[in-house]
Design a protein. Sequence first.
Length: 364
Amino acid sequence: MSLRSVGSLLSRQPAELDPDMTEFEKQFEKKKRLIDGSRIKKMENLRRPRRYRYGTIRDIGFTTIDGYSYSVIVGEPKNPTSAVPLIETTAWFMGLEGYYRHEALSYMREGNFVVIVGAEGSHRSCGDRGGRLGGITLEKSASAVLNFCGEVVGIHDELDQDAYLLKGASRGAMVGMGIQALAQDYDKSVLYADLTAPCFPRPFNPFTDTLGLIRFLIEEPQTLVSLGYEMPLSLARRYHASIDLHPASLAHQLAITSPLFSGEAGELARSINRSVDPQMHITTFGRDVLSMHDDWVDIFEGYPGVRLTPLDGSHLALADKQTDAFQHARNLAVQNQIRAGKPIDAHAVSAFAHEHVEVRRKLA
């Protein structure tokens, strides 16, 4: 990608709002532009559907009106156990191969219809460089996910058209805050959200946070090595392609840095409608300086359905097999509550998950 092309992509700026608008009119217009700009301009199948033991995976690419491009995994389970789709978007620097393709299959095995949307720049159709580069925000990412999920779920009559289950880690958890904040604008509800290690609920402060960030950069490779030792060789072979190293993807991931560090995730979390009583589980890690557990506690004070669980470990513990086991156990609990016709209760979900994981541990 040349400097000229990068410059042209960054230079696209939206028209300024009329300064004579009232504050309400400005907010209305901003929301309208957000939703309209995130609508799908182009969608294409990237390869033939792949059939696996637990169902079929379709690889799709789409570009929004605003010019952002995304790749997507859509997993259709062979034996569905829930009509409520499970939606997600990826962590920072992660592509859809390796880790996320394996994750899609693992939830399809449990009967979930799965939609995993990559980050901006993850789809690169012939002749482009991954779409628009400038102006990326977590809110725009969330809006793009909601627009796409509405389209793909809409062609499956057997699925719940009004509700989603939501999960995400790191960047995916941060965008997940936006998905919950915007869901009502798309006439959707999020029945349950399982978010792991969302970062920067407040802006990065170079004076107070730099030392912690340096410690993070030193400790995370150690966690990565530890995870490698725990991982079976068969999985390690699949996971080697998890980071998308295409130059266009790397350029977009670097462009995503600013919104990740800006505190936008916290702003989106504060705008989640308290009256809908969101049911959510948030996992943070004690040695993860990015998660800022206490700040999330402050944000969700007064949200009875939000459960925050601080665990030992650093940021990359989000990929630990124990973390994964609890996520799957919570998914099973949510499916059980849906089938029983009960409203989702995040605290009951967590209690079931702990019992389930403990029983499996004793039987292992």
